[in-house]
Design a protein around this ligand. Structure first.
Ligand code: BTN
Length: 267
């Protein structure tokens, strides 16, 4: 896929702008990239902390030849691409530190209390990229159907590259982390963007092969006891597998539950 990147200083949300381009007939591969969002959003109507000049906030316009039940694959490949390049960035940093004998690796920030070997990026169902249990990125897919045909999808990615959460709301501060905080130094946003688009493009080119197996391999949620917020209900049980459409299958005391929309809460 060829990417056409449109850069903006401040927007309410890259999702809305990308959707507006889509409605005007823009082709797939258009990327809306913002330095800051004033109304960045995540799943379930939550806000996405998007301070200026620090991280990556982007939305990619896609017009894939997929069935509506396959839309979940876009979330999977977006999350996989982010997870892979975040891991590469961390590994490259570690290699650099090791190969420079006179410069021992900078110690990880004490607040993270993690060793280098522990920098493991994993996925949390359905769309979170976690680093040692904290959220480093999120993926949001919004789609538009014409009848039963997928017209377009907007895939949004928020990746905490250099964000400092000192001024963030307490709830965000507790759960979020940036690459800079984990690695102990500033990370080149443009380099990360380039890697991210390349990784995403490669995964997108593999469609319509299902990304489920790769996704499930990276998913930290499977095999765990989970508590899910599903609408007004709490579902608790063992997360056993993900269906091809992205739904999570949970074995509860009263039987099997297949959850399409829900939020995994910490136990
Ligand atoms: C989530 O984890 O709930 C998804 C977060 C997605 C955030 C990104 S930032 C770029 C794009 N614009 C938005 O308003 N949201 C997405």
């Amino acid at each position: 896929m060829k990417f056409d990147i449109r850069r903006f200083r401040t927007v309410p949300s890259t999702m809305d702008l990308c959707r507006a381009y889509a409605e005007q007939g823009a082709g797939e591969g258009l990327v809306v990239l913002a330095d800051e969002q004033t109304a960045g959003r995540g799943r379930a109507g939550r806000a996405w902390y998007s301070p200026p000049g620090r991280s990556l906030y982007l939305s990619i316009l896609l017009r894939p030849n997929l069935q509506p039940r396959q839309i979940g694959w876009l979330t999977m490949i977006g999350a996989l691409a982010v997870c892979e390049i975040a891991q590469e960035t961390a590994n490259a940093h570690l290699d650099d530190s090791r190969s420079c004998a006179s410069t021992p690796p900078a110690p990880p920030p004490p607040s993270q209390a993690q060793g280098w070997a522990a920098l493991q990026f994993k996925l949390k169902w359905p769309n979170d990229v976690l680093l040692n249990g904290k959220k480093v990125a999120g993926v949001l897919v919004e789609s538009s159907l014409i009848g039963n045909r997928l017209d377009y999808a907007v895939l949004g990615i928020g990746l905490n590259v250099n964000t400092s959460f000192d001024d963030a709301p307490e709830e965000v501060r507790r759960r979020a982390i940036s690459l800079r905080e984990a690695l102990g130094h500033e990370v080149d946003r443009n380099a990360v963007l380039k890697q991210l688009l390349a990784a995403f493009g490669a995964r997108y080119a593999m469609l319509p092969a299902s990304p489920l197996a790769d996704y499930a391999r990276r998913l930290d949620t499977l095999g765990r006891r989970v508590r899910l917020q599903v609408g007004d209900e709490i579902v608790e049980g063992d997360a056993v597998r993900v269906e091809d459409d992205g739904a999570l299958v949970v074995m509860t005391d009263s039987g099997k539950r297949t959850v399409t929309f829900g939020e995994v809460m910490s136990l």
